[in-house]
Design a protein around this ligand. Structure first.
Ligand SMILES: [Zn+2]
Length: 337
């Protein structure tokens, strides 16, 4: 069987004709298999959705209970049959509940990795290497210039700044699904035990993480109305990245604008966003993680969904691996990186 007879790139995303399903479709379809809860991969309005229990809960939290006609839980490592295809979910190490999806038929195995990283993350299961014939990968940070530092070193920078500027509030811009909870959990692991304040947009998903067993320590809403501005001196406030340079931020005492993102590797980007303390903390693999993962899977063919496709395709060619860019339209780089 040819790989694109098992999984075909279409306008709505990857479609399996033998299995009768799409994976992470960007428009409403009959049956969707969803890798993780970020909104560009997990959309509302499908007839049926198969995803991990955590991803289904995240989708319900974001879209409401009626986000799909029907839902079905995918258990990691358990193989299910759809039509003439077999499907197995494996952990992707990206955010809570994130999975890679292996699709098999006639001895051919294709792995759709969704988004993934290889670094340690105390808020989700680690990435698992799944040997396959075709590996489908993203390439958000698919350039050799992207080499993420150790996550602990970035959290240490934040701890250092908190010690140095104990009268200033530290506003940490972090995506509401995944990054926010990872920053909070890592601060706890580094010994930070004070109350951490949350922008309203963060509360629901932080609560969901806690329900799923990720302890985040003392949290409180970042509402100045109930307290005085001075109450936030030396405090950590976690908010959406778009808020750190906005009016909302001015309610806090002399705030230090921080942003936890892989893009903080690019100094101009930090400067343009008004970031004083860039934290290079990514939920996507860097160049070394992407290329190492391709090698680890043993795949003889690689498809690149989105991001810096050309450089990764070229790396594959130089290493004797057939590769093609898919140019999937609708996968953003602005959520969760
Ligand atoms: Zn994602």
């Amino acid at each position: 069987m040819r790989p694109d007879a098992l999984l075909t790139p279409t306008l709505a995303g990857l479609f399996s004709k033998p299995g009768g399903f799409h994976i992470d479709p960007t428009r409403p379809v009959k049956r969707a298999l969803v890798t993780h809860g970020h909104s560009d991969h997990a959309r509302a309005g499908h007839g049926a959705v198969l995803a991990t229990a955590e991803t289904l809960k995240i989708m319900a939290a974001r879209y409401g209970d009626g986000f799909a006609g029907t839902t079905q839980v995918a258990t990691l490592g358990e193989t299910m049959t759809f039509g003439d295809a077999r499907v197995t979910f494996h952990p992707a190490g990206h955010v809570l509940g994130s999975a890679q999806i292996a699709v098999e038929a006639n001895g051919l195995r294709i792995v759709v990795s969704g988004d993934y990283k290889r670094r340690a993350d105390p808020t989700c299961r680690p990435f698992e290497v799944v040997p396959c014939d075709v590996f489908i990968t993203e390439a958000t940070f698919g350039l050799p210039v992207f080499r993420h530092p150790e996550p602990e070193a970035e959290i240490a920078k934040l701890m250092g700044s908190l010690a140095q500027f104990s009268e200033r509030a530290h506003l940490v811009g972090a995506y509401s699904l995944g990054k926010a909870q990872r920053v909070i959990r890592m601060l706890r692991d580094a010994g930070y035990d004070r109350t951490i304040y949350l922008h309203g947009a963060m509360e629901k998903l932080c609560r969901l993480y806690e329900e799923e067993g990720v302890a985040l320590g003392p949290l409180a809403p970042a509402t100045v109305a109930t307290g005085r501005k001075g109450d936030f001196a030396g405090a950590v406030v976690v908010c959406p990245p778009s808020e750190i340079a906005e009016r909302w931020a001015r309610r806090f005492p002399n705030p230090v604008a921080c942003f936890a993102s892989g893009w903080m590797r690019i100094r101009q980007r930090a400067k343009a966003a008004g970031v004083e303390l860039p934290l290079i903390l990514s939920d996507h693999g860097d160049w070394d993680e992407l290329t190492q993962t391709i090698a680890d899977t043993g795949a003889s063919e690689v498809w690149v969904t989105h991001g810096r496709e050309e450089a990764l395709v070229r790396w594959c060619a130089l290493n004797g691996i057939a590769a093609r860019p898919l140019h999937v339209v609708g996968y953003e780089e602005d959520e969760g990186e």
